[in-house]
Design a protein around this ligand. Structure first.
Ligand code: NOJ
Length: 563
């Protein structure tokens, strides 16, 4: 063989052995245990018809982008007909598509196109309440004797002009609204236009389960259950305990023990789980579960019985909102060790909270901090849920003036509560009109001012961008056996600045991950061997490193394979 050719052969063989051992996908693995789930707020993702509001055909147009990013499933926030008081979370028909988002035929096409790309669709199931324009509520409100009279939570007032008790809506002011037709109050945990259903009435459960079956029969992969801990209220209707001070709406500061996370909800969830387990292909129930501690979270899995939700969201890690290494380690470790072996689901961002840079950033190192948080999200053993725009580091753009606010809580609560518009701005695709989100410059919320620099097109050409970092981590999560499903063990458990862990695959491959939670460079020992860098954020880290003295840039993170 000529010398040139034999050298080339040697190099290609060397490249083959140096490449990380790629994981062979197994057909029967449970997809949601390793998934990256991408939340789409449909108003804000892609407008296909130039009305300034996103729609289903817009999502279909962007499926190739999502495939390339490497995600496994999309959760679409409510797309059903709605008066849009709470931007879709006030539903007037559960089995149709809001005309401003398209038609059922558009939905079917989206589902089919997503399936072709092996992307699953998760629906938002809003079962605590309907819109006050839903035919069920209109009928229920008409009299005290109609067939749906008991489908909502109706009570007499304590006296003229006095609601049944002191319960508050989480969106401000009394949770009771008087209706003169029935001469009674109805209960609403959210807006006045979102009356709570009465889950003590078995007909309500039946109607809701029928609705879930309608979507399961179409082939959706599962549901994200909206506000599911609030399905039940304490029937005693005793007053909530009043604590000192006022809340952000200027109301008394009250407990919510009689309105939230009541034990009765678990019976419903067990029956729902039995129902969806009757469907093939591992359908999944995900819960919007803001809970106070890991013991409460465990109950939502069904504890040791594992017979409730497969994936209640663990909001304790992602919404800690302080870069405290010890607290992060404790919360991640709780999810590893105190859930009876259930699969954790971490979430750092959604359509209800300012984005991570706003909550965790220090103004100077925001990008490094966001990169490090992405390392936590994608390289722990947790299922990962991300929010559209995280991958390009979209900003939080809170309206400067009350008159520009679209989210009603921002109007009720201004200035202490400015609403959720800031995290719902249109997706930034490129530097053209309306950031490529729409051909219409008048989008439903203004495009964030930084879109000329911060957009998918610009970041896809930049290896140092957030988009490139996300793609790298998501690819490692899919292809590297240790990160994909290796066991997890916390390292350096007393360290106040660094959170580190190892992942070990069944083939013995071990990967270590270290995250620097401090603004200073840190050196840490994670073992005695050498390791090969798989991904590093912060300043450049050499490809081969000595695990005894790993250097981490300020808020830097490292993923390295032990040699
Ligand atoms: C939680 C949703 O995420 C939020 O956007 C909505 O306002 C409430 N539930 C009421 O449905």
């Amino acid at each position: 063989m000529p010398l040139g050719k034999s050298i080339a052969l040697w190099f290609s063989l060397l490249g083959f052995f140096a490449a990380p051992l790629l994981r062979a996908a197994s057909a029967d693995e449970i997809w949601w245990k390793h998934a990256v789930i991408y939340e789409i707020y449909p108003r804000s993702f892609q407008d296909s018809n130039g009305d300034g509001v996103g729609d289903l055909n817009g999502i279909t147009q962007r499926l190739d982008y999502l495939k390339d990013l490497g995600i496994d499933a999309i959760w679409i926030a409510p797309l059903y007909p709605s008066p849009q008081v709470d931007f879709g979370y006030d539903i007037s028909d559960y089995q149709a598509v809001d005309p401003q988002y398209g038609t059922m035929a558009d939905f079917d096409r989206l589902l089919a196109e997503a399936q072709k790309r092996n992307i699953r669709i998760i629906m938002d199931a809003v079962m605590n309440h309907t819109s006050d324009k839903h035919p069920w509520f209109i009928e229920s409100a008409a009299s005290r004797t109609n067939p749906k009279a008991d489908w909502y939570v109706w009570r007499d007032g304590k006296g003229p002009g006095q609601p049944p008790n002191n319960w508050l809506s989480t969106f401000g002011h009394s949770a009771w609204q008087f209706d003169p037709k029935r001469d009674q109050y109805y209960y609403h945990y959210f807006y006045i236009q979102q009356p709570d259903l009465n889950w003590r009435n078995p007909q309500v459960e039946k109607a809701m389960f029928d609705m879930l079956r309608f979507w399961l029969d179409k082939g959706v992969a599962g549901f994200r259950l909206d506000a599911v801990p609030t399905l039940f209220e304490d029937p005693s209707l005793k007053d909530e305990k009043v604590l000192p001070g006022k809340n952000k709406f200027g109301d008394p500061n009250e407990e919510t023990k009689l309105q939230d996370n009541l034990p009765e909800v678990h019976g419903v969830i067990q029956r729902m789980r039995t129902m969806i387990d009757g469907y093939p292909n591992n359908r999944v129930l995900i819960g919007e579960t803001y809970l106070p501690n890991v013991e409460e979270l465990d109950k939502w899995y069904g504890g040791a019985k594992h017979d409730e939700l497969q994936l209640p969201m663990d909001m304790m890690v992602g919404f800690e909102d302080k870069l405290n290494a010890a607290e992060f380690r404790r919360r991640i470790n709780d999810a590893e060790t105190k859930l009876h072996g259930s699969q954790p689901l971490f979430v750092f961002d959604n359509h209800d909270n300012p984005r991570t840079a706003y909550r965790y950033g220090d103004g100077e190192h925001n990008k490094a901090i966001d990169q490090m948080l992405a390392t936590v999200l994608f390289t722990t053993r947790s299922t990962a849920m991300m929010y559209y725009g995280d991958e390009i580091e979209m900003p939080t753009t809170i309206p400067a003036r009350k008159e520009d606010v679209k989210d009603p809580i921002g109007v009720t609560g201004w200035p202490a509560e400015k609403g959720r518009d800031g995290e719902r701005t249109p997706m930034q695709w490129n530097s053209s009109t309306a950031a490529g989100f729409s051909t219409n410059p008048h989008t439903w919320l203004p495009v964030a001012p930084d879109y000329k620099q911060v957009n998918v097109e610009a970041e896809s050409h930049d290896p140092a961008s957030m988009l490139s970092w996300y793609k790298k981590l998501i690819a490692l999560r899919r292809d590297d056996p240790a990160i994909h499903d290796g066991d997890m063990k916390m390292l350096e458990t007393g360290n106040q600045r660094i959170v580190a862990w190892s992942r070990k695959a069944s083939n013995g491959e071990t990967v270590v991950v270290a995250c620097n939670f401090s603004p200073d460079e840190q050196t840490v020992s994670l073992g005695k061997s050498r390791a090969k860098t798989l991904a590093a954020s912060g300043e450049a880290t050499p490809a081969g490193i000595d695990l005894n003295a790993v250097k981490l840039a300020p808020f830097g993170s490292l993923v390295a394979e032990v040699q």
